[in-house]
Design a protein around this ligand. Sequence first.
Ligand code: ATP
Length: 228
Amino acid sequence: MTPLIAIRNLYFAWPGQPALLNIGELTLAPGERLFIKGPSGSGKSTLLGLLAGIHAAPRGSLHILEQDLGALSAHKRDRFRADHLGYIFQQFNLLPFLSVVENVTAALTFSRYKRRRLTAPAEQEAKRLLAALQLPDALWQQPVHQLSIGQQQRVAAARALIGRPELVIADEPTSALDADSRAAFMALLFAECDHQGSGLVFVSHDTGLEPLFSRVESLKALNGATSC
Ligand SMILES: Nc1ncnc2c1ncn2[C@@H]1O[C@H](COP(=O)(O)OP(=O)(O)OP(=O)(O)O)[C@@H](O)[C@H]1O
């Protein structure tokens, strides 16, 4: 089976800084969910940025769906990300004055591939996701800045999921939530990833979330375990 993610001997350092990532091997199967843990500053967000093609590694290989990201220009990596990934940012990065539905459908603007994968009109699919993530329909046309943090987080998840990306990346998306909201959000996110067949790479400091994942990797253990 074609792996969703295949990393081999991946090395990365920020300019003027010592090696940050040196990952011998990491693979993820389609639809699989992975929790990545590691102390602050260990490079978790940097690794997510490499997976998303936001930056490129000078050595080693990183394939997503058999595409070697190292072989793509920055522009082509942007296209690849728009087509195949959904990203839930820690601060959500929503467009504050657009409505909830417009924020979700905005993820389709730069991807004909995602638009083609829709099985319903874009707005209808956005509403299906928002309902699945239990965002009350009275909020769907509201500007997103009027929503609570927990509600904004659901909008950010719906935006990441629309168009059925093969990979969803989440960078500490639950850090602003209380324990009950966190558990509810995780259950909804998992259910929707399963429904769509999206794999999930989830980074968090919150070790309480670890038992929810069948696969947990410590960045510290991954780092330095270079394979031949
Ligand atoms: N754009 C950048 N330019 C230069 N250095 C950076 C940049 N982004 C991150 N770094 C450095 O890389 C190191 C790892 O940062 P990163 O954000 O990947 O860690 P992290 O494990 O996600 O941390 P945290 O859990 O605190 O979010 C830090 O020393 C940071 O200063």
